[in-house]
Every structure is written in structure tokens, then in C-alpha cells.
Design a protein around this ligand. Structure first.
Ligand code: 5GP
Ligand code: ZN
Length: 112
């Protein structure tokens, strides 16, 4: 989508520190990490948020989660743990309107 920063990262027109990509998803390091390991996993196609996902996106949503698990595993966090977060909408603090999964690891995370 024109003007979407994550579409531009997926297209390679804006640089990013990509840690994994395939034909469906791209995973790259967050510009402003809040944990020692902070990666964002996005679909290549534009969806503004999880609220925009439809039944036909079921496979894609699964791929996002599998990619999140993969980058965490490959970075060595399978045993110590990691957190996956999808912020949706204003009250959740979503700032980039292209669906993304945060993967946080490398420190003890508080809850909620
Ligand atoms: P949200 O608050 O929407 O859930 O998360 C958006 C995330 O995208 C933030 O953690 C922010 O640091 C990250 N971000 C915003 N713009 C860019 C960018 O151009 N490159 C990268 N790598 N991360 C970005
Ligand atoms: Zn987009």
C-alpha cells in the first residue's frame, strides 16, 4: 500500500535488518527495541491490523506465528522463552497500521 512503511520494508525499498523472509512473511529487527531481542514479523501483503484479517487469511496468520517461533528458536530463545504480541488499534498502542507480530526476548518480561 502506498505510504505504508512496512509495505516498503517488505518490498525492499526501505532498508531493514531482516532476519528471516519467505514468500509470505518478512521478519526484521525493530528500529527501537524494547528488549535485547525485538523482531517484527509482517505479512508481505497489506493488512492494517488483526481486525482487518478475514477467513482467507487463516494460513497467513499461521505463517506469521510460525515465523515468530522460528526467529526466536534460531536466536536461541526456545528454552528461555519469548513473548509474541499483536497490538491492535489505538488503545493497544498500535502505531504502524500494517499487521505485525512483535517477538520479544532476552530479558525477564513483566506482565501485563
Ligand atoms: P506498534 O506500536 O504499532 O505495535 O509497533 C510498531 C513498531 O514498529 C514499533 O516498535 C517501532 O519501533 C517499529 N518501527 C516503526 N517504524 C519502523 C521502521 O521504519 N523500521 C523498523 N525496523 N521498525 C519500525
Ligand atoms: Zn502495509
Amino acid at each position: 500500500m502506498d505510504g505504508c512503511v512496512f509495505c516498503a520494508i517488505a518490498a525492499g525499498t526501505i532498508p531493514a535488518d531482516v532476519v528471516f523472509q519467505d514468500g509470505h512473511v518478512v521478519a526484521f529487527r525493530d528500529l527501537h527495541p524494547v528488549a535485547p531481542f525485538h523482531v517484527l514479523v509482517i505479512p508481505r501483503i497489506h493488512r492494517s491490523s488483526l481486525a482487518d484479517a478475514v477467513d482467507a487469511d487463516a494460513d497467513l496468520l499461521g505463517r506469521l506465528m510460525l515465523a515468530a517461533a522460528r526467529v526466536a528458536r534460531e536466536a536461541g530463545f526456545e528454552k528461555t522463552g519469548y513473548r509474541t504480541i499483536v497490538n491492535t488499534g489505538a488503545d493497544a498502542g498500535q502505531t504502524v497500521l500494517h499487521l505485525h507480530v512483535h517477538v520479544l526476548a532476552g530479558r525477564q518480561l513483566s506482565w501485563p
